[in-house]
Design a protein around this ligand. Structure first.
Ligand code: ADP
Ligand code: MG
Length: 730
């Protein structure tokens, strides 16, 4: 029996790996929630009143941090952390690798040879130093001038990461170069939140709202992932190295029966989920839902939305813990966008809205959206932004992995469009046609405001009518209005959402800026204000109308229709690359202080570099697997056949096998030639184009022939766990 056979035997003999156990009988989640977070309540308990108040001013109002309080905060953090068993602290940041980075420093400070003190000073809390040259900077940092700084982000609370032998106090930070250029995802994202706040406040003021002091975007991110048994995954270098299968014939059963979505969650998976949620709960990550996804072996979890900065930090923790806890349960958690060809990919739906400090959701239509000017303006601002900057939004989700998903006739296409739902679409349409708002129906007593107008009657007397949302779902849309928020679905499952949010915030800030300026001018000129607002709305709707689409985004008709409307269709990462540094982008991001020109160039370089490197690693893995695992198995199969095939008909089998083996060897040669044809002296854009057009094509060709051979070869000899095993065995 080969290694694959043994793995299968081990799994099917119910020799199941169990992770930790969770029991809520002694302490309910109500008591446990956020106990590993240095949150506001703990801060209030442990900090002197003045220090606490000053810190809250910074956190809640965005006021500059008073450096004089840093020592007191650091001491309180250290004491709290040590009471929980911590020995180290770590500045935690999000470099441009897409994941998180942490370096641990001990509190330990030797004192007089035989004694030790625990130290953690204010300056250590506020600023850390790190070797920036080991992180991607896109040419912003040369290796010889390597200094980089991590800077404390007080708006995201510190927390504890426990391990079996202690704990670390983790401090969320930004990461910048010696000259202040951002080398991370958080810094520009915070700048974009600031830009959105400033422009949204201007719009609110001109509409007469003097109450609101601060506007923030809110975010709730649904995370999709696959689980594969580790015993099988360990036999697949592709899964171990690149997180997706580079070979694998389609199984006889996949997701065709639609029997997986929301199906009963297997016990072993549920135990894993419960432990992930337990750990996340201690960290104050409000996980709300879990379920089976469309594909076999695919799952999803989603937290309740939070202020965006916090939600994004939590998003990174979610990805980290999914992978860590999976190991304990004998699973490999795949966050890749397309782990299995021909099977649904994984995304990360970013539910995004704009809220005020007094708790109002600015994208809440209320029961009479047609009369809710504030809502119409903010909604129109988002639509205008997506229409004007569709290419930037597409770029914000570009990656080698996500290229397999976007536009591949499955969840969202690469063409950006907005689904508004019929109620809002009608309101905008009527505004256009009549040039005046029109009531769309009887006003009802509204429970949840976004569920209005009509109720659903099931036809059974014992079931009360229940309210219906004012728009149906459209799962094919990349950017859908879902009641009181927009859901950006094109983000890839392995991506840090910060990039997408930064761009979304900036383009919406630009629209709000435009709107505020127009309305301020109208007011200053003494125009009739309601007329001015209506005129502006009509003008905006006329402009962004081509981006609105409520139909099937996967259809061929939409592809043609979107072209007629002049909407961009950037099919892959390479197509997106130039957008980042176009004069319009440099102007836009510069104007709102989100990215400097050099930061944009740096990011473009990193995106191209990561794209090329990803494909290079995949190609190398393919070559290794095909030469050292697959070819020997196929040749063995041939040798076994040779002695037993006698009749002419039987010999046909051998001839076909020989042909395919030749094709496979040719495919290997071709891929090798493509890989060695990569030229280092060309620009990164040219290099990325070469990887897309030559290397990826050669990889695809090799895969097709290997997958064919999988169907011809003695199953007992085939070394790689099959799709059926990977997707269904647990
Ligand atoms: P749907 O069923 O349309 O996907 P849910 O109510 O299940 O909507 O919410 C999906 C995600 O959207 C959750 O993470 C939820 O917290 C989040 N969400 C809800 N309201 C907002 C909001 N105002 N801003 C950001 N995210 C939100
Ligand atoms: Mg959703």
């Amino acid at each position: 029996m080969n290694a694959r056979g043994k793995a299968i035997e081990s799994i099917s003999s119910k020799n199941t790996v169990r992770g930790g156990t969770v029991d809520y009988r002694e302490h309910s989640f109500v008591d446990l929630y956020a106990t590993h977070v240095f949150h506001e309540g703990i801060q209030q308990q442990r900090l002197p009143v003045k220090v606490f108040e000053s810190l809250q001013q910074t956190i809640k109002k965005g006021e500059e941090l008073d450096r004089n309080i840093a020592d007191a905060v650091a001491t309180a953090m250290r004491d709290w952390a040590m009471e929980h068993g911590a020995t180290h602290y770590s500045h935690w940041f999000q470099p441009l690798t897409g994941s998180t980075a942490e370096k641990h420093d001990s509190f330990l400070s030797p004192h007089e040879e035989t004694r030790a003190l625990a130290r953690f000073s204010g300056s250590e809390l506020i600023r850390g130093e790190s070797d920036a040259s080991s992180f991607p900077s896109g040419g912003l940092r040369a290796t010889f001038e390597a200094r980089g700084y991590t800077a404390w982000d007080p708006s995201s609370p510190a927390f504890l990461l426990k391990n079996p032998n202690g704990a670390t106090l983790v401090i969320p930070t930004m990461f910048v170069s010696w000259t202040g250029e951002s080398l991370d995802q958080k810094t520009p994202m915070l700048r974009s939140m600031d830009a959105l706040n400033r422009q949204a406040l201007r719009v609110l003021r001109v509409l007469g709202n003097m109450r609101v002091a601060r506007v923030e975007c809110t975010l709730g991110v649904e995370q999709e992932y696959f689980l594969v048994d580790k015993r099988l995954a360990a036999l697949r270098p592709d899964l171990m190295v690149v997180g997706r299968t580079l070979f694998g014939a389609r199984p006889s059963k996949g997701q065709e029966l639609d029997d997986n979505y929301f199906g009963a969650i297997p016990e072993r998976v549920l135990a894993f989920m419960a432990e992930v949620e337990y750990e996340l709960m201690l960290l104050g990550v409000p996980i709300k839902t879990r379920h089976n996804e469309v594909a076999p072996g695919q799952y999803e979890l989603a937290p309740t939305f939070e202020s965006t900065n916090l939600a994004l930090d939590h998003q990174m923790l979610i990805m980290q813990l999914l992978q860590q806890v999976a190991q304990r349960h004998g699973f490999l958690c795949l966050l890749h966008e397309k782990p299995f060809a021909g099977v649904n990919g994984s995304g990360k739906h970013n539910n995004w809205s704009i809220g005020t400090d007094d708790g109002e959701n600015l994208l809440e239509p209320g029961s009479t959206p047609e009369r809710n000017t504030q809502f119409l303006i903010f909604c129109a601002a988002v639509c205008r932004a997506v229409h004007r900057h569709a290419e930037l939004l597409r770029l914000s989700v570009a990656s080698a992995g996500n290229d397999f998903r976007l536009g591949a006739a499955e969840a969202p296409p690469a063409i950006m469009s907005i689904h508004l739902g019929h109620v809002l679409s009608n309101i905008f349409q009527l505004l256009l046609e009549n040039d005046k708002p029109v009531a769309t129906g009887k006003k009802t007593r509204s429970r949840r405001n976004s569920e209005v107008e009509v109720s659903v009657h099931i036809g059974l007397p014992m079931i009360p009518r229940f309210p219906r949302h004012n728009g149906d779902r459209n799962r094919t849309s990349p950017f859908a209005f879902t009641g009181n928020k927009f859901e950006f679905r094109a983000v890839g499952s392995s991506q840090n959402s910060s990039g997408a949010v930064t761009i979304l915030n900036t383009i919406v800030a630009e629209s709000l800026d435009f709107i505020a300026t127009r309305l301020e001018t109208a007011k200053a000129d003494g125009e009739d204000f309601p007329t001015a607002v209506r005129r502006l709305l009509v003008e905006l709707i006329r402009e962004f109308q081509p981006i609105l689409f409520d139909g099937d985004n996967y259809s061929l008709e939409w592809l043609e229709e979107s072209q007629r409307r002049g909407l961009p269709n950037l099919r892959n990462t390479v197509d997106c690359l130039p957008v980042l540094t176009s004069p319009e982008s440099v102007e836009l991001f510069g104007k709102y202080g989100v990215y400097s020109a050099s930061e944009l160039h740096g990011r473009q370089e990193i995106l191209a570099e990561i794209y090329c490197t990803t494909i290079a690693i995949e190609a190398a893995t393919m070559l290794k697997m095909s030469q050292t695992m697959i070819l020997p198995a196929v040749l063995q199969h041939k040798a076994n056949l040779q002695n037993v095939l006698t009749t002419p008909v039987q010999k046909k089998v051998l001839r076909e096998l020989d042909e395919k083996i030749d094709l496979m060897i040719t495919g290997i040669e071709k891929l090798k030639a493509c890989v060695s044809g990569v030229r280092s002296e060309v620009s990164l854009l040219e290099k990325a184009t070469y990887y897309r057009d030559s290397v990826l094509s050669a990889m695809y060709a090799l895969r097709v022939i290997v997958d064919y051979l999988e169907g011809m070869t003695d199953d007992g000899l085939w070394p790689l766990p099959s799709y059926l095993e990977l997707l269904f065995m647990r």
